[in-house]
Write a protein that binds this ligand. Structure first.
Ligand SMILES: CC(C)(COP(=O)(O)OP(=O)(O)OC[C@H]1O[C@@H](n2cnc3c(N)ncnc32)[C@H](O)[C@@H]1OP(=O)(O)O)[C@@H](O)C(=O)NCCC(=O)NCCS
Length: 244
């Protein structure tokens, strides 16, 4: 099959909703091309899949399976937010759009985003919004989006101790946020971070040298449903406190 044949490409790469068996078709590995995404056990995958499926049209994950290789090569998700304003209107949020690095440039990104915006239209949303970095602005413009206003993020940081959330590698010394580590020490910052839509949280870890410069950091992020976020964040916070 020729890649340049657009009807052949349409046939080979069709969009559909995520299925349970997609875990075995490289779905998680694809997400790893987007951001930090640890391996997920079959049980955790199934539990999350069932949880999201129970939300029906309010949370849809779209995928494209390559008919030739049987692998998932593109994905994106849409979450429908229900409001009181605008006559109890609905807003769609697009998230986690990624196309496999070996399959980019074939209009698959556009196809996934088109599927998600069609879904938003058919469920009666009055707008579709998403966040992206400047490198992807042109891509989303080609998908029909336009830049509007300024995105503001308020990251909710839950302190490990009141007024204190950092500690030296030496476990007996607890430092205030503003304090530099003692000479010869590095500082380990651990925060639990919750996003404003309450859909994601994670543990952010940063190492700072004795000039307070960040010498390494990472975020382990996890998805949440609105119902479970408080319990999970509090459990995470408790776990961090106990580990000090
Ligand atoms: C961004 C991404 C999803 C695009 O997927 P893709 O399948 O390669 O894109 P498409 O082939 O559908 O491109 C559609 C159009 O956008 C253009 N385009 C795609 N990526 C672009 C970019 N980074 N900059 C400028 N234009 C871009 C294409 O040239 C094409 O233009 P055309 O319609 O005039 O031919 C893909 O590069 C990717 O997965 N990147 C890494 C993950 C990521 O950043 N995701 C977005 C999170 S916000």
């Amino acid at each position: 099959m020729q890649d340049c044949d657009s009807s052949g490409i349409d046939q080979r790469f069709q969009v559909r909703r995520l299925e349970l068996l997609d875990k075995r078709k490289g779905f998680i590995e694809l997400l790893q091309q987007l951001t930090v995404c640890d391996s997920v056990t079959d049980k955790d995958f199934e539990d999350r899949f069932k949880e999201l499926s129970s939300l029906g049209d309010d949370h849809v994950i779209a995928v494209i399976e390559d008919e030739q290789s049987g692998m998932i090569v593109a994905t994106g998700s849409v979450f429908i937010e229900k409001k009181f304003i605008r006559n109890c209107g609905k807003v769609a949020h697009i998230e986690d759009v990624v196309v496999d690095a070996n399959t980019r440039g074939k209009q698959l990104g556009k196809k996934i985003v088109g599927f998600l915006t069609d879904h938003a239209c058919s469920t009666g949303c009055y707008k579709v919004i998403l966040d992206c970095n400047v490198d992807n602005k042109t891509f989303y413009e080609k998908c029909g989006f336009k830049q509007k206003e300024v995105q503001m993020i308020f990251e909710i940081l839950i302190n490990l101790h009141k007024g204190m959330k950092h500690m030296d590698i030496c476990p007996t010394q607890i430092h205030k946020e503003t304090e530099h580590p003692s000479k010869g020490f590095i500082k380990l910052n651990i925060d639990v971070v919750l996003d404003p839509l309450l859909l994601k949280f994670g543990v952010r870890v940063a190492l700072r040298d004795d000039f307070d410069w960040v010498i390494g950091s990472f975020v382990v992020s996890l998805s949440l449903t609105p119902k479970s976020h408080v319990a999970k964040v509090l459990a995470m916070r408790q776990g961090l406190l106990m580990s000090i």
